[in-house]
Design a protein around this ligand. Sequence first.
Ligand code: GDP
Ligand code: ZN
Length: 303
Amino acid sequence: MLEGTGGVWRVRTDGGETIEASLRGRLKQEPSEGVPLKLAVGDRVGVAPDERSQAWTIVEILPRRSQLGRRAPGGKRTERVLAANVDQVVVVFSIARPEPHVAMLDRFLAIAEANDLPARIVVNKVDLGGAEAVEMKFGHYRRAGYPVHLTSVPQALGLDELRQALAGCASVLTGPSGVGKSSLLNELHPGLGLRVGEISESVNKGRHTTVGGYLHPLPGGGYVVDTPGLREVGLWGVPSRTLEQCFPELRPLLGECRFADCAHRTEPGCAVRDAVKRGDVAASRYESYLKLREELEEAERAW
Ligand code: GDP
Ligand code: ZN
């Protein structure tokens, strides 16, 4: 399912044709474990022609292999799914114009981790920044295990590698507006014909009113999912105690703290704080952890 607006869903058939279908009536299937209740962009669906009108109707939503959304507390069904059947999250920032806001990057990465989705980072506009600036701001992400792509549209840098990284899989592409997401996709796949500024994380231009997302099929297989709502999803529903697991560079340190329930704040004998002091964990990542943890605890208190 590519896109849904006002009760009409655009569905791409296995033959590569795009049809419009409605979701009238009841779904054929019984509600059961693993079967989604609400359609999301990226869902695989079964369609059938309506007997009277001959229009297509969605009769079935197939089980998802993955999804990106916020979790309901207690492991219940996810309340809001931004995209279904996603393989990876690709977060795009620019080294300048606009300056990278790494706290936002850390939030996106934690959301990906909380959804068990691998993430990669694209640092675009490297024509505007020196290699040291890139290394200083993004080197520790690579050391933490995230693939980091350095790209420039005018200098045609890193584009082949990025094209390969997106090929054949469903990628949620996100990042602040103005970093070059539309420009990059157009450069990778000129046939997409996106307007500059078309892929945008924060602005909902009214086109995606129902599900807030759009799926761009890539030539040669795979999709790029454009989800304006990722920032709003936040980390709601992730238990604050498990946030530490969403920071890969902290994982090897967990269990090394003096207290088993260490929140890595002011506790004595904290292996995480020691690692930050040694420079093994970036101070900015530690700050992001503290800030997100505070947010989650506040949400838990409000519940
Ligand atoms: P989006 O909002 O993330 O989709 O960003 P756009 O693709 O609309 O690009 C925003 C602006 O950045 C446009 O003026 C682009 O021409 C410019 N831009 C995109 N990529 C690069 C790049 O690699 N280097 C430079 N210098 N400018 C770029
Ligand atoms: Zn600790």
